[in-house]
Design a protein around this ligand. Structure first.
Ligand SMILES: [Zn+2]
Length: 404
């Protein structure tokens, strides 16, 4: 007998163990899983796999690359009615960098849980796992599948979610648990890492007239980006996301002071909107090349996509209409939890949601806890938001994975 949705939601709520989500988030934070850790996400993945298995949830480790498995846990639906849902969160974090708190010794103070990855996004991941645990413990039978995909590599090339896109599981809908401060974020910009290689001609620093200085030429390029391209971008707007942006992030060139530099690389981050195409993004840079060449005929440059920016799938923008059934159902669950109407906004960063929406054709929105300091010196997640997210994830799962 299928459960009545209201009864089911109540039963699941009662199955939540107090303090479990914070405890799980702490355990995950204590396991470093950033680049530079020899086994990367492996230990965190194995821990989560065991945690879910111990709860009687069917979970497996599926290798993406050597020592780098995704965790895929499934609560099987009984009949396939309703809509299947994937909760997706990443296991990796950025390194500790210059953190001013102990990164891997989680501490809770004044309702905030501190540590690397607390907000981005071991907190959200813990809430997703606890939602599955509560549903499993409640013995409520879902009609369609509820999947948790804990993935590797989101902070770099999104290898983990690419693997999900290629090999499944395929669900009808998905939620990515990146931090949104309990706002529903159905859209965000695309992200492209670009390199402009400027080529000069080497010569002795005492005979500069015999060479072409790639660093000076790169400076002309940067000038033109600032004076011609940035104002153009500033005029563009999107109906779905924040406006486009371009950041000059890296400059590298030359060998030593007494040599005319023959090579200089400018690394850029370009956030592109759904109304733009990637070809347009490239063409704008070629237009800057042409403009520089007019005044400096010896300017020679090549535009390349940075191979570190992605694996095989372009980091496209994410667009799910704000009146989509997933957004509406999520809104109902948020209102039930917070008593307030859910705010619908746009995510400022890029997430794996775009790969799921665009390449796997699974409409995916971003929803997660609040806090501060993702990638920064002091990172924390609000503990009350961890419980709120657990409740929202399980409420939305019972609403979607059960038929009316
Ligand atoms: Zn993240």
């Amino acid at each position: 007998m299928p459960h009545d949705k209201k009864d089911a939601a109540e039963k699941v709520r009662k199955a939540v163990r107090k303090g479990a989500v914070e405890a799980l988030a702490r355990r995950l934070i204590a396991i470093p899983s950033h680049s530079g850790v020899p086994t990367r996400e492996k230990e965190a993945a194995e821990f989560l796999h065991e945690y879910l298995s111990d709860e009687g949830i069917s979970a497996r480790l599926r290798k993406v690359e050597k020592d780098r498995p995704n965790v895929i846990a499934t609560i099987k639906g009984t009949s396939g009615g309703g809509r299947s849902l994937m909760l997706n969160g990443h296991l990796d974090t950025v390194p500790a960098y210059q953190m001013t708190i102990p990164p891997f010794v989680p501490k809770t103070k004044a309702g905030r849980l501190y540590g690397r990855g607390a907000l981005d996004m071991k907190g959200g991941l813990a809430a997703m796992a606890c939602a599955l645990v509560a549903i499993e413990r409640s013995r409520v039978e879902l009609q369609s599948d509820l999947v948790l995909a804990a993935v590797v590599g989101e902070e770099e090339r999104s290898e983990g979610t690419e693997d999900i896109v290629m090999k499944g599981p395929k669900t009808d809908l998905a939620i990515v648990g990146e931090p949104t401060n309990l706002e529903i974020q159905p859209s965000h910009r695309g992200l492209e890492w670009l390199e402009v290689h400027v080529y000069g001609k080497a010569a002795h620093g005492g005979q500069t007239d015999k060479g072409v200085n790639a660093i000076s030429m790169a400076a002309k390029f940067i000038d033109a980006v600032e004076s011609e391209l940035q104002p153009k971008l500033a005029k563009k707007k999107s109906d779905h996301t924040l406006p486009p942006a371009l950041n000059l992030g890296v400059i590298e060139g030359g060998q030593q002071p007494s040599s005319v530099a023959d090579h200089c690389v400018v690394g850029m981050d370009r956030r592109w909107i759904p109304e733009e195409s990637l070809d347009q993004v490239f063409q704008e840079i070629y237009d800057v090349f042409d403009s520089v060449k007019k005044n400096h005929p010896r300017f020679k440059a090549k535009l390349k996509r940075d191979p570190r920016g992605m694996k095989t799938m372009t980091h496209v923008p994410n667009v799910v209409p704000s009146d989509h059934a997933l957004v509406e159902t999520l809104g109902t669950s948020v209102k039930r939890e917070t008593g307030r109407r859910a705010k619908i906004s746009t995510f400022w960063g890029w997430t794996d949601a775009a790969l799921l929406t665009h390449f796997a054709k699974i409409p995916t929105v971003v929803f997660g806890p609040g806090g501060a300091g993702a990638h920064a010196e002091t990172e924390y997640v609000k503990v009350c938001d961890l419980s709120a997210c657990t409740n929202v994830y399980m409420d939305v799962a019972t609403r979607l994975c059960l038929v009316d």
